[in-house]
Write a protein that binds this ligand. Structure first.
Ligand SMILES: Nc1ncnc2c1ncn2[C@@H]1O[C@H](COP(=O)(O)OP(=O)(O)O)[C@@H](O)[C@H]1O
Ligand SMILES: [Mg+2]
Length: 438
């Protein structure tokens, strides 16, 4: 009897242990299913359940490894997407955003993630909505452009919409946004440049052809008239030559295939050399041109030929536009930290403030007709800017109408390009301070 009771108690205990074990297995399986198993699973189960325990532990391990791999891949993908300057987002077929990188937020200056909202809600851009919809319906890559107002300026984005399979009955699209504002504006600049060049070349050519026609139509018999015609033709042919020269300088300055010929030069000596070339106009205008060099080392690494072009243009402008009694031009140069600064100051007519920001643009002239009359091409200052920028320097203007202008050129002492061993200035070196003209 007692033995029977004992056996029943042991059996009950065993059943309870197994039941408890099965419950623990079930709970462990549920945690695996819900992805809650971050730590290795340790179950202490009765011997008869050990095989099942090993299987559950193996499943848990695999689930954990898969989870880690997926997490790593997600992080990598997010890092890649975040580092791409292009905006990238995905939408489902209802045009609701599923994912978006930071580029999208930056492009549209969003204050938070647009995920979860529709294209219209997120960007408030009807044309963009239509484009994405067209891309979704088309089933193949679709491209288009949109314009977005940002900080009062228009930016142009190119959109590329490609179909995306999101499971058996779900489709969507991946949208890539590329900011093409700069490319578009360069295209515009190029178009305007070609139009400007054609116009500038056309004008003297038309005049020359007109006179040639008059001469061939009997004008040669009228000697005074013929001489006048030849004079005008000569002037315009000269202008054509200048234009072509300036255009060549510009194209060379802009071409990366023609590198700077960098050598060590004495800037003060170079300025003296420039001023000497204007001896005649300085004398005939009774102008005063001074080179004021602060003491110390004023040598720097630069392309001497191109730099000479810069100061020829600046001095030529100062003399040409300031042509009046008592004209004084100062070329003031001094070291300033890792740079040398040259200021070309004149007491000429000055430049109206509205024109100052444009005078470095190609073909820009404050008084187009007056500039043309004096042989100006409107390219001088754009050459100046180009050359200075090629030297990693900077040029700016300060001017008050009626009080004259100051052009400030800042040039770094050192260039990253290799430096020629022979110093340009060795043969031409003159005093570091002097006055020319008077
Ligand atoms: N020192 C200056 N004083 C007054 N106006 C100037 C001066 N330098 C440049 N400008 C103005 O800037 C314009 C652009 O100069 P530039 O590019 O050298 O062209 P260009 O001399 O061939 O007309 C000139 O047409 C002139 O109106
Ligand atoms: Mg000029």
């Amino acid at each position: 009897m007692i033995a029977g009771l004992f056996a029943a108690a042991v059996l009950l205990l065993l059943v309870v242990r197994y039941l408890a074990g099965i419950l623990r297995l079930r709970s462990a399986l549920r945690r695996v299913a819900h992805g809650e198993l971050m730590r290795p699973l340790t179950l202490d189960l009765p011997p008869g359940l050990r095989a099942a325990q090993r299987d559950v532990e193996a499943i848990a391990r695999q689930a954990r490894d898969l989870d880690r791999a997926a997490h790593r891949e997600r992080s990598e993908l997010n890092a890649i997407l975040a580092s791409i300057p292009e905006g990238i987002f995905t939408v489902d077929r209802r045009l609701c955003l599923l994912q978006a990188n930071r580029g999208v937020e930056a492009m549209f200056q969003l204050s938070g993630s647009p995920v979860g909202r529709t294209v219209v809600e997120a960007f408030g851009h009807a044309a963009m909505h239509r484009l994405v919809q067209l891309g979704l319906q088309g089933g193949k890559e679709h491209r288009g452009e949109i314009t977005v107002e940002r900080e009062g300026a228009a930016r142009i984005f190119e959109l590329s919409i490609s179909p995306l399979e999101l499971g058996s009955d779900h489709s969507g699209a991946v949208v890539v946004l590329h900011d093409i504002t700069r490319i578009k504006s360069l295209e515009q600049v190029r178009r305007e440049f070609v139009a400007n060049v054609s116009h500038e070349l056309r004008t003297p050519l038309t005049i020359i052809c007109g006179y040639l026609e008059t001469l061939t139509d009997g004008g040669l018999d009228d000697r005074p008239m013929a001489e006048n015609a030849l004079g005008v033709m000569f002037k315009h042919a000269d202008r054509l030559g200048r234009l072509v020269d300036d255009l060549l300088v510009i194209s060379r300055a802009e071409s990366r295939s023609v590198p700077l010929e960098v050598e060590r030069i004495d800037l003060s000596a170079l300025l003296h050399h420039v001023v000497e070339q204007f001896d005649e106009p300085i004398r005939s205008q009774a102008a005063t041109v001074r080179i004021l060099a602060a003491g110390g080392d004023l040598t720097l690494e630069a392309d001497a030929v191109r730099l000479e072009q810069v100061f020829i243009n600046l001095l030529e402008n100062a003399l040409k536009y300031g042509n009046r009694p008592g004209l004084a031009v100062d070329l003031h140069l001094e070291r300033s930290g890792p740079n040398i600064q040259v200021q070309v100051t004149d007491n000429g007519p000055g430049i109206p403030s509205g024109d100052q920001e444009h005078i470095f643009e190609r073909f820009y002239r404050v008084h187009k007709d007056r500039s043309r009359e004096t042989g100006g091409t409107g390219l001088g200052l754009s050459i100046v800017k180009n050359v200075i920028q090629a030297h990693s320097g900077n040029v700016s203007v300060r001017s008050a109408p009626g009080e004259g202008s100051t052009f400030t050129v800042v040039l770094p002492l050192l260039q990253s390009a290799p430096v020629a061993p022979a110093p340009w200035s060795a043969a031409k070196k003159t005093a570091t301070e002097g006055t020319s003209g008077g």
